[in-house]
Design a binder for this molecule. Structure first.
Ligand code: NAD
Length: 495
């Protein structure tokens, strides 16, 4: 008898308990050598006052086992609650969210019988850093954070995954035509690291046209690596194209642990009715078994699952009168899988233990990162102010008088649009104004000169004092730097 691997199990909310019960039944019947430790997370913990939906005992279990099989949970609506999923991923450093989807045609109807895609989604950064503020009565903001080590880890992971799993092409998707610094960094790192993988095809697509092509001809894609938000969206698109969001599982992999879950949510609309499809969680469990080195059990479960689907036993979400044989309940589907343990599918490609398939666990690349040495030179400050006026010229003249003698007001933008100097009268202005100050002797940028000269941090602080004393509300500042002599901030429109 193999030594049982301790795993942490969270049964979740909504349909979570129903699909977890059936998934664990299948794993037990298949002979998985696992020792589940159950933890309570999710809605009940939120309502008991845990802002992140998880208590101290659960963290102890996770540290002990390093592996979590988790059913979806419900995040209560309203302020004050933080997403448990985001907390788990970030606290445990689970930087890679790997979402394989393969079409199961003709067993499961899809217009895309040759779809076979793995989405490698960055899991810790981007808009999911969860840093949001209301800054003025009219304006809220969400910070989009993208780091070089974050990009390097996920991009290298995607290439390693592709190589080790016999994949041929990696597509990077970003929106760097607009977000030149954040998405631009992701794209640049993709180009840099891609050079180490000349055996793999590679291309970059802007996320909007990329998603449109994905929805139209998904068979053109192989491995896709992208930022957190885009990855979240396109993986649901791809799962739905393959038949149902209820079919796909995913792994969240880091250097200190791994979390396996379905990609769908807690489906409160069908909770308690016994009709949910347990396949997404079962697929996550298959990924977990491979991660635990139990590839033979993984293959047994996966192949029995394919057999049940091939035999037309379908839960309501994928049932079609023309192609399905019977509409089954969550439990009925699990029974069908258990009855078929030890069988191989007739038409769908079986999963062979030891083979690299989309269901196999991802490779774990060695993360090596050296912090870069960069000369960082302060050349100005964007001072954001709350001002309830409507005429930018009034604000501009007021701030220009307060700027000197060391600094000068260069530009004011409102929601990114230049409104001073020489704004357009038609531009609607909110109460949130970005006012860019640079050295009084800064020059105009040319093709060869960045056009900025150094300023002292104390000069920026003094300016903020002067603004405050004049009754202007400073709501935040962003320093303007040159990094190794290169401008490291976006230009205000018209600068
Ligand atoms: P959802 O994925 O729960 O449901 C979307 C639709 O898909 C619903 O019609 C649902 O009935 C259907 N569906 C989902 N899973 C199914 C399955 N296994 N079988 C059959 N049909 C299925 O998305 P939602 O309604 O936007 O979110 C509901 C809750 O889930 C929210 O509280 C959200 O925060 C949470 N959520 C949790 C996770 C997670 O824990 N990983 C992920 C996404 C959403």
């Amino acid at each position: 008898m193999a030594i049982k691997a301790p795993i942490t199990v969270a049964v979740g909310d909504g349909i979570g308990p129903e699909i977890m019960t059936q998934t664990l039944r299948i794993l037990e019947a298949a002979g998985a050598a696992i020792e589940p430790e159950f933890i309570e997370v999710g809605e009940q913990m939120y309502l008991a006052g845990q802002a992140s939906g998880i208590g101290p005992e659960a963290w102890d279990s996770l540290r002990r086992t390093g592996v979590l099989l988790k059913a979806p949970i419900t995040t209560p609506l309203g302020g004050g609650y933080k997403s448990l999923n985001v907390t788990l991923r970030k606290t445990l450093g689970l930087y890679a969210n790997v979402r394989p989807t393969r079409s199961l045609y003709p067993a499961v109807f899809t217009r895309h019988p040759n779809l076979d895609i793995v989405i490698v989604r960055e899991n810790e950064e981007d808009l999911y850093a969860g840093i949001e503020h209301q800054q003025t009565p009219e304006v809220v903001q969400c910070l989009k954070l993208v780091s070089r080590p974050g990009c390097e880890k996920i991009v290298r992971y995607a290439f390693e995954y592709a190589r080790r799993h016999g994949r041929r092409h990696v597509t990077c998707m970003t929106k760097d035509n607009i977000m030149k610094l954040t998405d631009g960094l992701f794209h640049r790192v993709f180009m840099e690291i891609g050079q180490e993988y000349p055996d793999l095809g590679q291309d970059h697509q802007i996320i909007d046209i990329g998603t449109a092509r994905l929805a139209d001809t998904p068979e053109r894609y192989d491995v896709i690596v992208t930022l957190n938000l885009y990855g979240d969206i396109i993986s649901d698109v791809v799962a739905q194209l393959a038949g149902s969001v209820g079919l796909a599982g995913s792994s969240n992999i880091g250097d200190h642990g791994a979390l396996f879950e379905a990609i769908h949510g807690s489906a409160p609309d069908i909770a308690g009715r016994g009709i949910a499809n347990p396949s997404g969680l079962l697929q996550a469990a298959v990924l977990m078994l491979v991660h635990l080195g139990q590839t033979e059990v993984a293959a047994r479960v996966h192949n029995a699952w394919l057999c049940a689907l091939e035999d037309g036993l379908h839960t309501a979400d994928i049932y079609r009168a023309e192609t399905s044989i019977a509409k089954v309940s969550t439990e009925g589907f699990a029974d069908a899988v258990i009855e078929r343990l030890g069988h191989e599918p007739k038409h769908l490609a079986p999963f062979k233990a030891g083979e690299t398939t989309a269901a196999a666990a991802p490779a774990r690349p060695v993360a090596t990162y050296e912090r870069p040495v960069v000369e960082q030179q302060l050349v100005g400050s964007d001072i954001f102010v709350c001002w309830s006026g409507f005429k930018p010229n009034e604000l501009g003249e007021m701030l220009s008088k307060l700027a000197g003698p060391d600094l000068k007001l260069k530009i004011i933008t409102n929601r990114g649009v230049k409104v001073y100097p020489d704004g357009h009268a038609e531009t609607f202005c909110t109460d949130h104004w970005r006012c860019r100050f640079v050295a009084a002797n800064a020059t105009v940028a040319t093709a060869t000169q960045v056009g900025y000269t150094p300023v002292q941090f104390g000069q920026v602080l003094d300016l903020q004092h002067r603004l405050t004393e004049a009754g202007i509300m400073v709501i935040k500042t962003e320093n303007l730097y040159l990094m190794d002599g290169q401008r490291a901030f976006s230009l205000g429109q018209g600068e």
